[in-house]
Write a protein that binds this ligand. Structure first.
Ligand SMILES: [Zn+2]
Length: 127
């Protein structure tokens, strides 16, 4: 069981190192928009219409408040990277929670087995 415990600890240590690597992040989802302006005879009113854009925006909801911010085309790559970093953060935290749960279960089990060297019958409790 010790080798399983140390394997889990190594995996958790790796996650912690990966988390430190995430520099900037952003929560939200990007969307693209095309607009129609108010200039008479503009190409956006032609047939077929050639609307203006794309314009990018990021939308997010934090503490029940929804927000939308426009994102300039030149900032798009950076914001996309930040959104990917947020997804990575979530993924790493989820993985950490899974591994930490297994680790805790094993450690507690081992602690109790260390206390009683005589193995008891087969009274297995399912928690
Ligand atoms: Zn127009």
């Amino acid at each position: 069981m010790n080798s399983r415990i140390s394997a889990l600890q190594r995996q958790i240590d790796k996650i912690k190192r990966d988390l430190v690597q995430l520099d900037s992040l952003r929560f939200g989802s990007l969307s693209k928009q095309y607009n129609v302006c108010s200039t008479p005879g503009c190409r956006c009113k032609a047939s077929p219409p050639e609307r203006h854009g794309p314009y990018y925006q990021i939308s997010y909801t934090r503490k029940s408040i929804s927000s939308t911010r426009s994102v300039k085309r030149e900032d798009l790559a950076e914001v996309k990277k930040q959104i990917r970093n947020y997804a990575r953060l979530k993924e790493l935290v989820e993985r950490w929670v899974d591994l930490a749960t297994k680790l805790s279960e094993l450690q507690l089990k081992q602690r109790h087995e260390d206390k009683k060297p005589e193995p008891r019958g087969r009274s297995r409790r399912s928690a």
